[in-house]
Design a protein around this ligand. Structure first.
Ligand code: 5GP
Length: 193
């Protein structure tokens, strides 16, 4: 998606440890006009798929998922990150290793909001090692719902998550795939360039 790649190049900041900061339009301040274009593009890429629910993970996935959901006309469920296992009621839960924070946390979704009749599109901001998406995919599996695919805003193609998920047969659509980035020069190369 050219608009997104141009924006990443213009406003993205490359940090140590293979981290791309996009706080000015995606992860802190959010450019809703850009989100609208992202929503339309995901709708186009998943046009032939039956989807009745979007699942994302707090916090940065939520804003994107909400705008995207308008184009699919479906509800959004977000997996909650929890520090305690002491959560009332029936839940699906799994563990996720955090790329940005370097620790493991539990995520959970109430059984009330996900079940065997659901056809689920996963949405997230970044795909790096794939742990967040694997966690969401585990939860979908445990619920008996069908995993239709995953829509990612920025995939870091030099990290293994995307390849790993695609090799499991999951339809992963990333709107910008960073092939390499140079912290010193401040340059980014996208797949297809
Ligand atoms: P994964 O589980 O695929 O390793 O990492 C995905 C999660 O880590 C995303 O939900 C995102 O919040 C965060 N993340 C991974 N890499 C980056 C990055 O380069 N920049 C930012 N801003 N977040 C990242």
């Amino acid at each position: 998606m050219q608009l997104l790649m141009d924006r990443i190049r213009r406003d993205g900041k490359i940090k140590a440890g293979n981290v791309l900061k996009v706080d000015s339009f995606l992860n802190h301040q959010m450019d809703i006009k850009l989100f609208v274009e992202i929503g339309k593009e995901f709708k186009r890429r998943f046009a032939d798929c039956e989807i009745n629910k979007i699942l994302t993970i707090e916090a940065s996935g939520i804003g994107i998922a909400c705008i995207v959901a308008q184009y699919f006309d479906v509800p959004v469920v977000f997996a909650k990150k929890s520090k305690t296992k002491n959560i009332a009621g029936d839940i699906y839960t799994t563990q996720v290793e955090s790329f940005t924070h370097g620790r493991t946390y539990d995520i959970m979704v109430s059984k009330e909001f996900l079940g065997a009749s659901d056809k689920v599109l996963l949405i997230d901001d970044f795909l790096a090692n794939g742990k967040a998406l694997e966690g969401l995919s585990d939860i979908v599996k445990n619920s008996g719902a069908q995993l239709v695919g995953a829509g990612i805003v920025i995939e870091k193609g030099f990290q293994p998550g995307g390849g790993h998920l695609r090799s499991q047969g999951i339809k992963v659509e990333s709107l910008a795939i960073v092939e390499s980035m140079d912290e010193i020069a401040g340059t980014i190369r996208f797949r297809g360039e």
